[in-house]
Design a protein around this ligand. Structure first.
Ligand code: G6P
Length: 609
């Protein structure tokens, strides 16, 4: 996720900015840049790759000045490149901005600006902001930024400077994080607290709709809609650097679990039309890929494979297309039946997994078009696929994948609805209702996260178990597999996920007095069947935790404990039911004293076969 740093004061901005950006490296990035007001003009240096590459450039041609903005970019619109790196400047070179977030209506704005003769130098959504700002400027930077916020739609944190008003730095926050660091004769902006900790421990956390005007000696905050002055609390930070990188959470995994509502909102942004009636993947030209297909293959590894299993249910139900799902390491050696009429969807958080990449190449060799769902824009898989849909989860650092999984599910939902639109396999009313339900998911995830306390107790109660079972039917079975994998990965407790109806054909023999079973029962049409399967394990002595959205007496009677999740369309329940499973894995690992973020024997990105 992009990192922003900004400075106004008496020090040399160049070193403050690069120091701050270094402290934001943990967020992940593919290029970096700074813009400094040198006394006459705004000068920019930016470079693809690590910060060291930018610093080399700065060593060769340093920038002198005490007002500046800096940025580390995590590509979303446009590949990683020097041109796409921030800061961006307008045509006159007098305005410069850095941006974190996504401008949903950038295509329409870009079209208007192109018609007016503006020349663009990057492929980013961000560049429209700086051209618009220059156009709106009439002698008052704050007024121009306020007007700008009325034109752009989406999520954004902005840092803005202009050589017309070199005594100020303007910052805005709308749905992307931004903080102010308060110094003595100097002030800072940063995407996150670690960026400013070296200089000050006094910060002010901006909220959505805040516009901050920073001068050397003062910070004023106003609301972008009402223009009213706002008093934001000054907070004293006593975290060390490492705690600050984890935003105060004990582990990256927990931080990433809690980032899911935002990751889901970002992944949805700009992909649903304003009226909430259709799904759009603008600029992607998906249509030629979908013409005439008669079969879909989903290929992936690990958690991404589990997302694919849900994807199969979604595409088959909504778009009425047959879908096969394969583990990438199997797919490449089993001579899959693929033709030009097959669409292969590869799913990979990192975009670098060797088996998935090899499967992609095999699918292409056999004549299939390949659509990638990945979290890393410039990755190998993104480069080699015919089309790419990005999950906008932001960098995932913990080995056990969480927010990548839920955003992969979200992309499958969007894709399923999109395919249904194209193939006219879904009634319009139902489509609109599905889109509405989709938009409620981030909030529903938030409500589950707000009640996570009982999960700690549950984890404490299972930490000594030798083996745990996850059971479910249909789409619940797919989620059970992910819940079981999470637990195995970080608690090292053996667990098994089983299709509940299949238990009686063998695995039931393993159930004995006190065996712990986690049963997912979220699918209305399978509810009765699932209750019978729960009774089967209960009758053999199992202790059962049920996860469901149905508040029925039968379920309460059948299990030992019930956790309720909010109601949604049956196809969408995985995004909700997986949250408690992620937390069970996390707290069990924690209770056992394991290294949660870096479990033994595992790697985040597996680039060997
Ligand atoms: C590794 C990771 C898993 C991940 C899998 C696929 O095994 O530890 O968490 O699910 O690779 O990774 P990808 O980046 O392709 O999604």
């Amino acid at each position: 996720m992009c990192g922003i740093m900004g400075y106004i004061g008496n020090r040399q901005a160049q070193s403050v900015l690069t120091n701050g950006l270094r402290k934001l490296e943990y967020r992940g990035y593919d290029s970096a840049g700074i813009a400094v007001f040198t006394g006459e003009t705004i000068a920019v240096r930016k470079k693809t790759g690590r910060l060291a590459a930018l610093e080399q450039q700065l060593a060769a041609s340093p920038l002198h000045g005490s007002l500046g903005i800096g940025h580390t970019r995590w590509a979303t619109h446009g590949r990683p490149s020097d041109e796409n790196a921030h800061p961006h400047v307008d045509q006159s070179g007098k305005f410069s901005i850095v941006h974190n977030g996504i401008i949903e209506n950038y295509l329409a704005l870009k079209r208007e600006l192109l018609e007016k003769g503006v020349t663009f130098t990057s492929e980013t959504d961000t560049e429209v902001i700086v051209h618009l700002l220059a156009e709106l400027y009439a002698g008052d930077l704050v007024e121009a930024v306020l007007q700008l916020t009325r034109k752009i739609r989406g999520a954004y944190a902005l840092g803005v400077i202009t050589e017309h008003e070199p005594d100020k730095l303007v910052a805005v926050r709308v749905a992307s994080p931004l903080i102010i660091g308060l110094g003595d004769g100097e002030n800072f902006i940063g995407s996150d607290i670690p960026a400013v900790l070296e200089y000050t421990r006094d910060v002010c956390i901006l909220e959505d709709g805040d516009l901050a005007i920073l001068t050397k000696d003062d910070v004023t905050i106003l609301n972008i809609d009402t223009k009213q002055l706002i008093n934001r609390e000054r907070v004293q930070i006593d975290w060390d650097q490492e705690q600050a990188e984890k935003a105060g959470y004990d582990h990256y995994m927990l931080k990433e679990i809690y980032e899911q509502p935002r990751a889901l909102r970002n992944s949805m942004a700009g992909r649903i039309d304003e009226a909430g009636k259709t799904v759009t993947f603008s600029g992607l030209q998906l249509r030629p890929l979908l013409n005439d297909i008669d079969k879909v293959f989903i290929v992936a590894c690990g958690t991404a494979y589990h997302a694919g299993l849900v994807g199969k249910h979604v595409i088959e139900r909504l778009a009425r297309l047959p879908v096969e799902v394969d583990v990438a390491s199997e797919f490449r050696y089993r001579r899959p039946l693929i033709s030009e009429k097959t669409l292969t969807i590869v799913v990979s958080q990192s975009g670098e997994t060797a088996d998935t990449l090899a499967a992609l190449r095999e699918a292409k060799r056999l004549g299939s078009n390949v659509l990638a769902i990945t979290n890393v824009v410039g990755s190998s898989i993104a480069r080699e696929a015919d089309r790419v849909i990005t999950t906008l989860a932001g960098p995932e650092i913990a080995v056990a994948s969480t927010k990548a999984y839920t955003t992969q599910l979200l992309v499958f939902y969007l894709l399923g609805i999109y395919l249904a639109q194209e193939r006219q396999t879904l009634d319009e009313q139902l489509r609109i209702a599905l889109i509405e339900a989709l938009q409620q998911l981030p909030e529903q995830v938030e409500s589950i996260l707000a009640n996570a306390d009982e999960i700690r107790l549950f984890a404490e109660s299972i930490k000594q178990e030798k083996s745990i079972f996850f059971i479910g039917r249909g789409i619940d079975y797919a989620v059970s597999l992910e819940g079981s994998l999470k637990l195995k990965e970080i608690s090292y407790i053996h667990s098994e996920a089983y299709a509940a109806g299949e238990l009686k054909h063998g695995t039931l023999a393993l159930i004995e007095e006190g065996t712990r079973v986690i049963a997912l029962a979220t699918q209305e049409e399978l509810y009765e069947k699932m209750l019978s399967n729960i009774k089967e394990v209960k009758a053999r002595g199992a202790t059962v935790l049920g996860i469901s959205s149905a508040k029925t007496i039968e379920l309460h009677r059948a299990v030992d404990e019930v956790w309720l999740i909010p109601s949604t369309y049956p196809l969408f329940t995985p995004i909700l039911s997986v949250i408690p499973l992620q937390l069970i894995a996390y707290y069990t690992s924690l209770a056992l004293g394991n290294d949660v973020d870096k479990p033994r024997n595992l790697a985040k990105s597996v680039t060997v076969e």
